[in-house]
Design a protein around this ligand. Structure first.
Ligand code: UTP
Length: 297
């Protein structure tokens, strides 16, 4: 029986220490990418892929997240009184996007621990996980393709990207098996290996479609690298024993992905996205070119 996937889990409870002090009172998922918080792009991506029920895992400073996706009645009324329908539309857009629920992680004990908090919401269904600080280019069908694969084959699907060998220690890395176009069998995962120990350069990026048995694995998982409950360790167990939750496969993505949780990638993301904007792109690109050549404005 094909099980339709309708639920998305968005973890946004990390401490965001690489972005301090900006993240002292604001989740890093709320940092603006041009003029929209990163997490709004992620919710839009989930909705575009047909996931209408969203659970956000929140930590300290959850108010900013909840407020962003809630009505802002005073602001909306003010804009309407001024006749500024365009900005009213922009403000109201985030509110009607999806049916968003929230759960607190409590202590930020790692991504695996954050996901385990979604068990009641998810129940007995396969579901998607989208990291709230990881953006996938807007016209990509990555998530929709992953969902189709998980629905038709009852497998766990992990988005992978090839990264330079020198970067493997920043990611969870897959031990690959046979490959058929974008889809690759996975035999295991290692969290942040050294380049010498890495089994490949297929890095886990922040999109997953998982079978609900993952919660059984997470429940019994011991802390791994950095003392955190690592999602990578749970996936490794599942990949090594397909009886737990069915096979684990990778979906190799070769489009553009933006990591907004790291300062340098964040800056590059904003520049790249701003140059492509209809309203800002031409002016910004012109300025950027002059700036990079040391010319006056
Ligand atoms: P990261 O490792 O990038 O987040 O987690 P972090 O720990 O906040 O980052 P730094 O290193 O301190 O800057 C990837 C995703 O998992 C979530 C984060 O919010 C991010 O979306 N996460 C991580 C949780 O929800 N809970 C956790 O305990 C850890």
């Amino acid at each position: 029986m094909v099980r339709k996937i309708t639920k998305a889990v968005i973890p946004a409870a990390g401490l965001g220490t690489r972005f301090l002090p900006a993240t002292k009172a604001l989740p890093k998922e709320m940092l603006p990418v041009v003029d929209k918080p990163a997490v709004q792009y992620v919710v839009e991506e989930a909705v575009k892929a047909g996931l209408s029920h969203v659970l956000m895992i929140t930590g300290r400073n959850k108010n900013a997240l909840e407020n962003h996706f809630d009505r802002a009645v005073e602001l909306e009324n003010l804009l309407l009184e001024k006749g500024d329908k365009a900005r009213f539309g922009i403000v109201a857009e985030a509110t009607g996007l999806a049916d968003i629920h929230y759960v607190r992680q409590g202590d930020p004990l790692g991504l695996g621990h954050a996901i385990s908090k979604a068990e009641t919401f998810v129940g007995d269904e396969p579901f998607a996980v989208l990291l709230g600080d990881d953006l996938i280019e807007e016209n990509s069908y990555l998530l929709a393709e992953m969902i189709l694969l998980a629905e038709s084959k009852s497998v766990n699907v992990i988005a992978l990207m090839e990264v330079p060998q020198g970067d493997v220690s920043k990611y969870g890395i897959a031990t690959p098996g046979n490959r058929n176009e974008e889809v690759i069998q996975i035999k295991g995962f290692v969290e942040k290996p050294s380049p010498e120990e890495a089994p490949s350069n297929f890095a886990v990026i922040g999109r997953y479609v998982l079978q609900p048995q993952v919660f059984n694995v997470l429940r019994n998982l011991k802390p791994g690298l950095g003392g955190e409950i690592q999602l990578t360790d749970a996936l490794n167990e599942m990949a090594q024993n397909s009886e737990i939750a069915g096979p684990v496969v990778g979906y190799i993505f070769d489009g553009r992905r933006f990591d907004t949780g790291d300062r340098l990638s964040y800056l590059k993301t904003i520049v790249e996205m701003a140059t492509e904007r209809e309203d800002l792109g031409a002016d910004f690109s012109g300025w950027l070119k002059r700036f990079s050549q040391g010319l006056p404005e």
